[in-house]
Design a protein around this ligand. Sequence first.
Ligand code: KG4
Ligand code: ZN
Length: 335
Amino acid sequence: MKDIYILSIESSCDETSMAIVKNGKQVESFTVLTQMDTHAHFGGVVPEIASRMHTENITMVLEETLKKSKIKMENIDAIAVTYAPGLLGSLLVGVEFAKTLSLVYKKPLIAVHHTIGHIYANAIDNTLTFPLLALVVSGGHTDLILMEEDYSFKLLGSTLDDAIGECYDKVARVLDLPYPGGPNIDRLAEKGLPTYNLPKPVNDETYNFSFSGLKSYIINLVHNEKQKGNSIRKEDLACSFQITATDELVRKVELALKSNFVKEFIVAGGVSANHYLRDEMKKISEKYKVKFSIPEFKYCTDNAAMIGAAAYPLFLKSKFVDFNLNAKSNVSFFE
Ligand code: KG4
Ligand code: ZN
């Protein structure tokens, strides 16, 4: 069969990214332009600034991506773009740019869901083996998903309140760590010890998660200590939080692995970049002797390579969209 080259675009939040992915697996060219330093001044992503910066940068990102590869626009088989979920203004920049490329170069257009993109980051340099269990841990998701085949998503459980990434970011904020919080907690935790005794998240036997209690406990603890004039051992608190939160994720993964036959366990989403989580998830997959996959660091956080990987099964089924495609800030993808 002929090799398929997909040019993919991701602009759902504060990264303008493009990639050329061959056969949904091999990343031929990859560019990420992050706006992180700009948004760090404001302590979080400012939607208006994000969409304006995407507009300013997107042409440059395309030129860079094409320059880095030997593939010309004429040899691209399809254009893929993240259409949901995310910041509407940011998504729109990518969607309109993708439509323009599709029209000018007469290439079919593929719409990809951002979270499905995170899942398919595990298809890069890997063949997904079904049935598989996916743990999605990001700024907006904490989900346990069963996949029987490509694009079949059965939700086993989800967070009842905060997503794990959101929780990392809030805890980072109360510890006065700069945006983005997750990687900073990760770095700080490595220097600390789990000396704070934190409440365990809801100790039930469902596949659901709850992190708001843990988050509120830490926020109150820091405020109370500050009021008393006591100092916080930030490294130790970061370490205690990270272990408490991750252990709960591991416990639910273990429940799912015990009760569902799967051949592979994959982890996806921004929080999959976390060092402690990566080690612990690998350990649990070894205990249950299932194949394990977690993306390379550069494919854990938002990037277009994962969008190209997720677009490939849609390409094979000719699931193309027309120019009525619109960006959506929130869409579920579960069965
Ligand atoms: O998947 P993602 O880029 O955004 C969504 O699609 O929602 O994930 C972003 C989240 C943020 O909450 C960020 O703090 C967190 O991933 N994150 C991390 C790490 N790197 C990114 N959390 C913990 N440890 C990290 N190393
Ligand atoms: Zn993401």
